[in-house]
Design a binder for this molecule. Structure first.
Ligand code: GUN
Length: 299
């Protein structure tokens, strides 16, 4: 049986370091990190995520601001809010929850967030820094940063000689994850829905990262014996065994099968999920340190 990587415990240790860094910044420079989270519309899953982000920000000692806007908000209204938050010196981090309702040009909104306040790491300036190997002066997208922290807990800082396969090529996760693995010297394959014979590509991976959004797609024979498996999927599926109409969360990896072959594996829930919020807090405290002209803590 594989070692189960405990994302909750790793996230708690990041949160405790962030809370300390936040208190020390306030004591030294009189600056309280400010995180503004913006949500538009009524998607219940997005509301649940945003509420836990706002709650965690308070727990870290931040000034936590949540803007909840109605579904029929216009592009201009949302843009005006982002402009106001960009100009507000008490706000160090801005997160606009995705996906936005269909009538928005999401990219225009996301790219208008100042790079130094872009705690999601989605601005082209931040994405470009990772692509050019600068992991120190920008802000790194939270889920890949969190997944990478779990990989490093297993393998250390240097992944030389290891084959890593990332399934999924989104801007929010797959692309930055591939680049972070590459920066740590792994040999990286970025696989996706058009990859031929995905199973055999994955079976070559010492580190297999799945972010496809398809419940339990990665099966036992996709996993190389002894591999590290990082499951980024969060899929809600029917769970009749729990009672009529009940559901449960599963990842993109068939956990029970894969954990018979892998050496280490992240569970869902309790793996990468908690790390995303922890790294969002880390990015916010880093952004606030930079404004204060103080060296940013590392996580
Ligand atoms: N929706 C799902 N995950 C994320 C995320 O990491 N950032 C934003 N802004 N929206 C999301």
């Amino acid at each position: 049986m594989a070692f189960v990587i405990d994302g909750k415990e790793a996230a708690a240790s990041v949160i405790s370091a962030v809370t300390e860094a936040s208190a020390s910044l306030e004591a030294k420079a009189g600056i309280k990190p400010g995180l503004a989270v913006v949500i538009v519309g009524n998607d219940p899953a997005s509301h649940a995520y945003v509420n836990s982000k706002s709650k965690m920000a308070k727990q870290c000692g931040f000034n936590s601001i949540q803007h909840t806007l109605p579904e029929d908000t216009t592009q201009g209204e949302l843009q005006a809010l982002v402009d106001t938050l960009n100009a507000d010196p008490s706000v160090h981090g801005i997160l606009v929850q995705l996906p936005l309702p269909k009538h928005f040009d999401s990219d225009a909104i996301i790219q208008s967030i100042l790079p130094e306040k872009d705690v999601d790491g989605l601005n082209i300036a931040n994405a470009g820094k990772i692509a050019t190997g600068d992991l120190l002066t920008g802000l790194i997208s939270c889920t890949p940063a969190g997944a990478m922290l779990l990989v490093k807990r297993v393998h250390g800082e240097d992944l030389s000689g290891l084959n890593a396969v990332v399934i999924g090529r989104s801007n929010l996760f797959g692309k930055p994850m591939g680049l972070l693995l590459l920066a740590a010297n792994a040999t990286v394959t970025m696989a996706h829905s058009r990859t031929r014979d995905l199973a055999s590509v994955c079976a070559n991976a010492d580190i297999l990262v799945a972010a496809v959004g398809r419940a339990e797609m990665v099966r036992r024979d996709w996993v190389k014996p002894g591999a590290t498996v990082i499951d980024v999927g969060i899929n809600r599926v029917p769970a009749p065994e729990k009672g009529e109409g009940k559901t449960k969360l599963v990842g993109d990896v068939a956990f029970a099968e894969a954990s018979e072959v892998a050496a280490s594996i992240t569970p869902v829930p309790g793996g990468v999920g908690p790390m995303t919020i922890a790294m969002l807090m880390a990015n916010t405290v880093i952004a606030a340190h930079r404004v204060a002209g103080l060296g940013a803590p590392k996580f």
